[in-house]
Ligand binder design. Structure first.
Ligand code: ATP
Ligand code: MG
Length: 296
């Protein structure tokens, strides 16, 4: 089911509300309209994804929601409070894990606490490290960790303050399809356990369908809200869901919506939408078997 209306939370209270978000960058060659009048309302505990063509303003929007830069007009509120600067209730995971190479994993995770001059919550951090499968790696340096392990560390770092909202900007875009499947399963599990409100940006429509309660489609730049898709599949979801006709059809419907909204200059192929064939929640042994969800 799709719509262009955002009926907020239906039966749940709105947690994160974006109203008329507009962002114009001043550049050497004049103003650049990145986001135009974008509104969305994310329910408490909802998992929402934003998809859209490259350059449509997804990262710009997410940074505004995180309070990392200001909007030209419009506003973002968290539980009714306007966000104008980074907020302890909002955690963020970026495409790159952004770990400092000269600090080991433990010290990287503790860095935000040091910056805030707070004592690291080691008990919470250790539980999270265990939860994401990094137990025993605390003294390893980033160069000793795989890309997936580095992103696991970035997730621990973002959750270490126990934020109620987690923003994720293409966190698995650089990972191979097999590792991405593993990470998507992990994120869904963590979300089911914690019921954080998650807003996740991705180019990968299958990933968005797998993870989301709702998918928000952005038009080409300046990014506007083009359509909202409800994702009805029960949870926990398994990778074999990706082999179903329902997912295949929904992915194609969303892909068509993105292509309609993309101008030729902005359009990039979104992904290979072949359905997946993995039979279980356990990731397949060969990359690509569970739907080679290649970014485009
Ligand atoms: N700091 C900046 N100054 C000027 N222009 C910027 C700045 N940041 C982004 N832009 C421009 O704003 C537009 C939106 O960029 P943004 O990074 O938000 O898009 P995106 O949807 O995240 O793209 P991608 O899918 O490739 O990550 C682009 O045209 C980009 O060049
Ligand atoms: Mg981006």
């Amino acid at each position: 089911m799709s719509s262009t209306e955002d009926p907020a939370a239906k039966d749940r209270p709105a947690k994160l509300v974006v109203t008329g978000a507009t962002k114009t960058y001043q550049t050497n060659s004049g103003p650049l309209h990145a986001v135009a009048d974008f509104s969305m309302s994310i329910a408490d505990g909802e998992f929402a994804c934003i998809v859209g063509p490259s350059g449509c303003g997804k990262t710009t929007l997410l940074w505004s929601i995180a309070g990392l830069h200001s909007l030209t007009s419009g506003r973002v509120t968290l539980d009714g409070e306007e966000i104008t600067e980074p907020h302890s209730q909002i955690g963020m995971v970026f495409q790159e894990a952004n770990l400092l190479p000269w600090r080991n994993l433990d010290k990287n995770i503790e860095l935000p606490f040091e910056i805030k001059r707070q004592k690291p919550d080691r008990e919470r951090i250790n539980k999270l490290i265990d939860r994401v499968g990094l137990a025993g790696f605390g003294n390893k340096f980033p160069r000793e960790l795989s890309g997936g392990m580095q992103q696991r560390a970035a997730i621990v770092r973002a959750l270490s303050f126990n934020p109620s909202v987690l923003l994720m900007d293409e966190p698995f875009g650089a990972l191979d399809a097999f590792t991405r499947d593993e990470m998507n399963l992990l994120v869904e599990e963590i979300w089911l356990e914690t019921r954080k409100t998650i807003l996740f940006v991705t180019h990968n429509i299958t990933e968005a369908v797998f993870l989301s309660d709702r998918v928000f489609v952005m038009s080409a730049r300046p990014g506007r809200l083009a359509k909202i898709f409800d994702i009805p599949f029960p949870r926990p979801r398994t990778l074999d869901l990706l082999a179903t006709k329902e997912v295949f059809d929904l992915v194609n419907e969303i892909k068509a919506e993105i292509q309609i909204g993309a101008t030729p200059a902005n359009h990039t192929s979104t992904e290979n939408v072949q359905p997946a064939s993995s039979p279980s929640r356990t990731p397949p042994s060969e990359p690509g078997q569970s739907g080679d969800r290649t970014n485009g």
